[in-house]
Design a binder for this molecule. Structure first.
Ligand SMILES: Cc1ncc(COP(=O)(O)O)c(C=O)c1O
Length: 451
C-alpha cells in the first residue's frame, strides 16, 4: 500500500466554455486509448503496475503523473472528476464514496483542532450531526446560524477562530434560500472560504462558484446519479480564495511537508494547495474511496442530468401548485411558488427551476401523515432524494425524530410535514397518487373517534 499520496493527475485546466449539455456527455471522458471503446471501461483494479524501478520511484515522488493505487487515484474516478469539475465550472474535483464523505473531506481540508466552522442551521441532518457529534470530537467546534437568510446574523457569528462558512444552495428540507453572493463577499472580507453543498440544486440549476463560492460539495447519490443505484460524493474546488496568501488562516498549507520534500503545499501548488492537500492528504489518507463500478454508474447518470433536472423542476412546480390548492394542506414549502419567503431569491439564483425537493404540511398532524404515506401506490416511501422516481418521507418520525419538537418546528418540520422529492414520471400520475393519499387522510380523520 503506497504511503505517498502522490501522484495523481489533476483534471485538465478549466475547459473552454461549452454548453452544459455538451459537457455533461463529453467532458473528461475520451474513448479508451487501448481498445477504442467509446465508453471508457471500468478500471477494476486495486493497483497499477510500474513498468520499471525508476517509474515507481518517480510516481511516489510526484515526478510522474501515472497511477499508483486506487485509493489514491483510478482512471474511472478521474473521468468523472473532470466531468464534474467542468459542469460546476471548477478547477479540480475529488470523487469520494458518499456525500457525507465529500462534506467531511472538504471541511477537513480546511479545519483542524481549535478551528471553528460557521454553518447555516438549515441543512441536511447528516451534516448537522457530523459537525455537532463528530467534528466536536476532533476539537473542531461549529456555530450554527439560526436565521441563515440574514447575512448580518452570519457576520455577527464570525469568531477569530472561524475558518470556513458552510451552506446548502437549496437547504434540505426547508428550501429557505441564502443570498450566496452576499455570503461569499462576507466570507472573503474575513479571509474565509465559502463551502456550498449543491446537492439539491445540481450545477444545472445553480453553479455556486459563479456566485463567489470556493468549494462545492455534492451527494452524487442523488440527482447527479438520478438512478438511485449508487452512492458517491464529490468535492469541486474553484473560486478565487487566496489559499496561498492567507498563511494566518491556513497554516497547514504553508508549513513544510515531508511529503513534498520540505516544500509547503502553497510553495508547490500555489492557490491549488487546498485542492492538492485535500486530495492527497485528506481523501487519500482517510480513505473514503468510491468503487470504480460506482464511479462508472454515476457517470452514466450525469450524462442526462440537464434533461432530468429540467423535468424534475417542471413536475415539482406543477405538484406544488396542485398541493397548494388542496384544503387539507396547510403549507407547501416550494420556493417556486410566489408566496414562498424565498421566491425572490429563487428567481435570482434558480431561473431554470426551483428544484424538486420540498415539504408539504398536512392539517391533520401525524395521523394525517401516516394515512397519506400508507395510501400511496406510485410514490416510494424512503429516505433518499433526487431519484427519477417520486419519493416521500415523514421527517418528524425519521430523520428529525431525535430532535425536540421546538427544534423541529424551527427547522420547518411539523407533525404533519412530509418531504417530497418529485421524480420525472408523468406528472398527472404523481398528482393522482397524491390525491389518493389526501383521500385516505380524509377517510382516516373522519373515521377517527373525536378526541
Ligand atoms: C444536502 C445533502 N448533503 C449530503 C448528503 C449526504 O449524502 P450521502 O447520502 O451520499 O452520504 C445528503 C443526503 O441526503 C444531502 O441531502
Amino acid at each position: 500500500m503506497p504511503e505517498s499520496p502522490r501522484p495523481r493527475p489533476l483534471p485538465s485546466p478549466r475547459p473552454q466554455p461549452r454548453g452544459f449539455a455538451t459537457d455533461q456527455v463529453h467532458a473528461g471522458a475520451d474513448p479508451d486509448a487501448a481498445s477504442g471503446a467509446r465508453i471508457p471501461p471500468i478500471h477494476l483494479t486495486a493497483g497499477f503496475v510500474f513498468d520499471s524501478f525508476d517509474t515507481a520511484a518517480a510516481r511516489f515522488a510526484g515526478d510522474d503523473d501515472g497511477y499508483t493505487y486506487s485509493r489514491v487515484g483510478n482512471p474511472s474516478h478521474t473521468a468523472l472528476e473532470r466531468r464534474l469539475a467542468a459542469l460546476e465550472g471548477g478547477d479540480d474535483a475529488i470523487l469520494v464514496g458518499s456525500g457525507q464523505a465529500a462534506v467531511t473531506v472538504a471541511l477537513l481540508g480546511v479545519l483542524a483542532a481549535g478551528d471553528r466552522l460557521l454553518s447555516s442551521a438549515s441543512l441536511y441532518e447528516g451534516s448537522r450531526g457530523l459537525f455537532r457529534d463528530n467534528f466536536s470530537r476532533f476539537g473542531i467546534g461549529t456555530d450554527f446560524v439560526d436565521t441563515p437568510t440574514d447575512v448580518e446574523a452570519w457576520r455577527r457569528a464570525i469568531r477569530p477562530t472561524t475558518r470556513a462558512l458552510f451552506v446548502e444552495s437549496i437547504p434540505n428540507p426547508s428550501n429557505d434560500l441564502h443570498d450566496l453572493a452576499a455570503l461569499a463577499d462576507l466570507a472573503h472580507e474575513h479571509g474565509l472560504p465559502l463551502v456550498v453543498d449543491n446537492t439539491l440544486a445540481t450545477p444545472y440549476l445553480l453553479r455556486p462558484l459563479e456566485h463567489g463560492a470556493d468549494v462545492v460539495v455534492h451527494s452524487a447519490s442523488k440527482f447527479l446519479a438520478g438512478h438511485g443505484a449508487s452512492l458517491g460524493g464529490v468535492v469541486v474546488v474553484g473560486g478565487d480564495h487566496a489559499w496561498a496568501r492567507r498563511a494566518d488562516m491556513h497554516p497547514h498549507l504553508h508549513e513544510p511537508s515531508a511529503l513534498l520534500r520540505g516544500s509547503s503545499w502553497t510553495d508547490a501548488h500555489g492557490d491549488a494547495a487546498y485542492a492538492r492537500f485535500t486530495r492527497d492528504l485528506v481523501a487519500a489518507r482517510l480513505g473514503p474511496t468510491i468503487s470504480p463500478v460506482h464511479a462508472f454508474l454515476l457517470q452514466q447518470g450525469v450524462e442526462t442530468l440537464s434533461l432530468r433536472v429540467a423535468q424534475h423542476s417542471r413536475n415539482a412546480l406543477a405538484v406544488a401548485q396542485w398541493l397548494h390548492a388542496q384544503p387539507d394542506v396547510v403549507d407547501v414549502g416550494y420556493p417556486g411558488l410566489p408566496g414562498h419567503p424565498s421566491h425572490a431569491l429563487a428567481q435570482q439564483y434558480l431561473p431554470r427551476g426551483a428544484g424538486s425537493v420540498f415539504t408539504v404540511t398536512l392539517a391533520g398532524g401525524t395521523d394525517a401523515a401516516r394515512a397519506f404515506v400508507d395510501a400511496l401506490a406510485l410514490v416510494s416511501h424512503m429516505t433518499h432524494l433526487g431519484d427519477v422516481r417520486t419519493l416521500v418521507l415523514h421527517p418528524a418520525s425519521t430523520t428529525h425524530a431525535h430532535r425536540t419538537s421546538a427544534e423541529r418546528a424551527a427547522a420547518g418540520v411539523h407533525d404533519g410535514t412530509l418531504r417530497l422529492s418529485v421524480g420525472i414520471e408523468d406528472v398527472a400520475d404523481v398528482v393522482a397518487d397524491l390525491a389518493r393519499g389526501l383521500a385516505a387522510v380524509r377517510d382516516a380523520l373522519t373515521a377517527a373517534p373525536a378526541a
